[in-house]
Ligand binder design. Structure first.
Ligand code: NAD
Ligand code: UDP
Length: 316
C-alpha cells in the first residue's frame, strides 16, 4: 500500500538515496530540508516526479504538514567530523529541538517515527565489534560531543515519546556509509581519499592510519533502513557492513583502483577529530537474524562506483 512519508534531511547524501528507493516502491515522499549540508543536485532528478515534493524548512522551527502522513523519518543532521568544528551549535539544536519537532509531527499525524542515529553513540568503543547492548565510551565535552551527545539525546527523547505517547518508533544506528552524491569537500575519509587520488594530491592518513572503520555502500545501507522502517523492531538496530579495514588499507585500495600516483602520507590528526575512535565494526546479528538484511556490495565495488562518479565530475 502506498505510504506518505516525510523525509527530514532528504536532500542529503543518505536521504536522497532513500528517497529514490521509497519512490521506486510507490511511496509518496515529502522532503523537509534546510540545505545546510544537503544539495539541490542530490534531488534534482526527482523534482518532476508526481509523488515527490520538497519543503525548504529548518526542522528546529515547528513543522506542520497538510494531510495524512504514515511515517516521519528524521535524518536531518550534519554528520561529518569537519561539521563538528563549524556547526556544533546547529548540530546540538537539530538533534534536540529538531528531533522533538519531528516527534511532535509524528504524534499529531499518528505516524511511525524513524530516527537515524549513529555508531558514534558508542564513542571510542571498548567492546569490539559493537552490539546494540554496548552502552558506549563517549566524551561529553570533546569536539565530537556536539554530535555524539545530540544523537544520544535524540535516542532518549525518541524512547520517551514512545513511552509517554505510545508513539510507534524505530531507531537505527548507522555505521560509516559511503557512495555517490557525497560532497567532495565533506571531509569524510572516503571522499577525501577519492578526490585526493584523482587530483594527484597526497592521501592524508590521520594519526597512524592503523585505526579501523567498516564501510557500507549506500545502496545496501538504505535497504537496511527500509527493512527496519517496515519491520517490527523498535531498536536500536545497527545497520552497517562488518567488513573492517584500516585507513591505510583503504588508502591503498583507492590508489590502486583509481590508478593514481598520489603518495600516501601521515598527517597530523585535526583538532576537531580529538577522540577519533581507534576501531569500529558493527555487530549485525540483530538485523540479519530478525530481518534477513545483509550488505552485498564489497568495498572495492563501492569504491569503483565513487571513483567513476568523481571522474565524471572532473570531466576527464
Ligand atoms: P548529510 O549532511 O548529507 O545529510 C543531512 C541532511 O540534513 C542535509 O540535507 C542537511 O541539509 C539536512 N539538515 C541538517 N540540519 C537540518 C535542519 N536543521 N533542518 C532541516 N534539514 C537539516 O549527511 P548524511 O550522511 O546523509 O546523514 C544523514 C543522517 O544519517 C544524519 O542524521 C546522520 O547523523 C546519520 N548518519 C550518517 C552516517 C554516514 O556514514 N553517512 C553515519 C551515521 C549516521
Ligand atoms: N581520516 C583520515 N584521513 C582523512 C579523513 C579521515 O585518515 O583525510 C580518518 C579519520 O581520522 C577516522 C577515519 O578516517 O579515523 C574515518 O573518518 P570519517 O570522517 O570518514 O568518519 P568517522 O570518524 O566519523 O568514523
Amino acid at each position: 500500500m502506498t505510504q506518505r512519508i516525510v523525509l527530514a534531511g532528504g536532500a542529503g547524501f543518505l536521504g536522497s538515496h532513500w528517497a529514490d528507493l521509497l519512490l521506486e516502491r510507490g511511496d509518496e515522499v515529502v522532503v523537509v530540508d534546510n540545505f545546510c549540508t544537503g544539495r539541490e543536485q542530490n534531488i534534482a532528478h526527482l523534482l518532476d516526479h508526481p509523488r515527490f515534493t520538497v519543503l525548504r524548512h529548518d526542522v528546529t522551527d515547528p513543522i506542520s504538514i497538510d494531510g495524512h502522513v504514515d511515517a516521519v523519518l528524521d535524518l536531518a543532521s550534519p554528520a561529518s567530523p569537519t561539521d563538528f568544528a563549524t556547526m556544533p551549535l546547529e548540530i546540538l539544536q537539530v538533534g534536540s529541538v529538531g528531533t522533538r519537532n519531528l516527534l511532535d509531527l509524528a504524534v499529531a499525524k499518528q505516524a511511525r517515527f524513524f530516527l537515524a542515529s549513529t555508531s558514534e553513540v558508542y564513542g571510542d568503543p571498548l567492546v569490539h565489534p559493537q552490539p546494540e547492548s554496548y552502552l558506549g565510551n563517549v566524551s561529553s565535552i570533546g569536539p565530537r560531543s556536539c554530535y555524539d551527545e545530540a544523537k544520544r539525546f535524540s535516542e532518549a527523547i525518541t524512547m520517551a515519546y514512545h513511552r509517554v505517547h505510545g508513539l510507534e518508533v524505530r531507531i537505527v544506528r548507522i555505521f560509516n556509509t559511503y557512495g555517490t552524491r557525497m560532497r567532495p569537500d565533506d571531509g569524510r575519509v572516503v571522499t577525501n581519499f577519492v578526490w585526493q587520488a584523482l587530483r594527484g594530491e597526497p592521501i592524508t592518513l590521520y594519526g597512524t592510519g592503523e585505526q579501523t572503520r567498516s564501510f557500507c555502500y549506500v545502496s545496501d545501507e538504505v535497504r537496511g533502513l527500509l527493512a527496519v522502517l517496515d519491520g517490527p523492531l523498535t531498536g536500536p538496530v545497527n545497520v552497517g557492513n562488518p567488513g573492517e579495514f584500516t585507513m591505510r588499507e583503504l588508502a591503498e585500495q583507492v590508489v590502486e583502483l583509481s590508478g593514481s600516483s598520489s603518495p600516501i602520507i601521515i598527517a597530523p590528526m585535526p583538532p576537531e577529530r580529538e577522540g577519533d575512535p581507534l576501531q569500529r565494526q558493527p555487530d549485525i546479528t540483530l538485523i540479519s537474524g530478525q530481518l534477513g538484511w545483509e550488505p552485498t556490495v564489497p568495498l572495492r565495488e563501492g569504491l569503483r562506483l565513487m571513483i567513476a562518479e568523481a571522474t565524471a565530475l572532473t570531466g576527464r
